[in-house]
Design a protein around this ligand. Structure first.
Ligand code: HSE
Length: 286
């Protein structure tokens, strides 16, 4: 038996829609695999009841197919599905690593990014490597349209606050504008470059400023009950920047290490003020 762990991730980081991602030090999925004549899947843990065990419908079944590596696959979910924290990417990445080792396929972590993304595409219809790249490579990642990914280690405190509301990825993609003005493009490039420099320097001020996004985040924020309250509360408690995590509904805040606890408490309270229950992960770039 081979076991692998892959972390939750937060995609987009505001200015890097479908491009930027970051691995979180926790939560994480753990996947164990044993050789078998055909693939079977068992799921336990957070939200397991919502995850199909049919290999045709589960992302790890698609990964096993792509690697020609049939196995009994046990997924222990630490990352709740539909959270905006890369739940299916964590399972796909951990399965890709475990099956690669079980069958001695010899692929590198970079090779496995496209395998895991393909797995996600088979199940969800669209391949976005911005969650699987950080789940496999760690740190801050930038994916390009040629399937390549670049990763940078960063030391940065984060809070990911997961509310008890549901936002479908389909709805969250439907509200994304089809085009942007030149002014918004210039602002977005400046913010994305600032964020990248901030990650390279592990600088929470620069990363926080670089999260600002005039295009996608304002449209998606409307789908998350309480977003404006939570953002305001997090900034008042010391967060250097706040954005929607992935397609939502989680909200991500960047902060200095000493402020992490108070930012987490403020975000939970912000959702509570809007009548929404929530839990906050005090985490970091993993
Ligand atoms: N970049 C993707 C999005 C991540 O924001 O829709 C979720 O698949």
């Amino acid at each position: 038996m081979v076991t692998a762990r892959a972390p939750a991730t937060s995609a987009n980081l505001g200015s890097g829609f479908d491009t930027f991602g970051v691995a979180l030090s926790h939560p994480a999925d753990t996947v164990s695999v044993e050789r078998a004549a055909e693939t079977t899947i068992e799921v336990t843990g957070a939200g397991a009841e919502f995850i199909p065990t049919d290999p045709e419908k589960n992302v790890v079944g698609a990964v096993a197919d792509a690697l020609e590596a049939p196995a009994h696959i046990h997924i222990d979910k630490g990352v709740r599905p539909s959270s905006g924290l890369g739940s299916s990417a964590a399972s796909a990445a951990a399965a890709a690593v475990a099956l690669n080792e079980l069958y001695d396929r010899g692929y590198s972590r970079h090779d496995l990014v496209s395998v895991a993304a393909e797995g996600e595409a088979v199940v969800s219809g669209e391949a976005h490597a911005d969650n699987v790249a950080p789940a496999l490579l760690g740190g801050f990642t930038i994916v390009r349209s040629d399937d390549g990914a670049t990763s940078v280690d960063a030391d940065l405190s984060l809070v990911a606050c997961l509310p008890e509301v549901v936002v479908s990825t389909r709805d969250a993609r439907e509200v994304v504008p089809d085009s942007v003005s030149m002014a918004d493009h210039v602002e977005t490039v400046g913010n994305a470059a600032t964020l990248t420099a901030g990650m390279c320097r592990s600088d929470p001020e620069l990363v926080g400023r670089g999260l600002d996004d005039p295009v996608v985040t304002p449209a998606r924020a409307k789908l998350i009950t309480g977003y404006a309250d939570v953002r305001e509360a997090a900034l008042a408690a010391g967060a250097t920047g706040v954005t929607v995590s992935g397609a939502g509904p989680s909200v991500l805040a960047v902060c200095r290490p000493d402020d992490r606890r108070s930012v987490a408490a403020a975000m939970v309270e912000g959702f509570a003020d809007a009548g929404v229950g929530a839990r906050a992960y005090q985490t970091a770039v993993g």
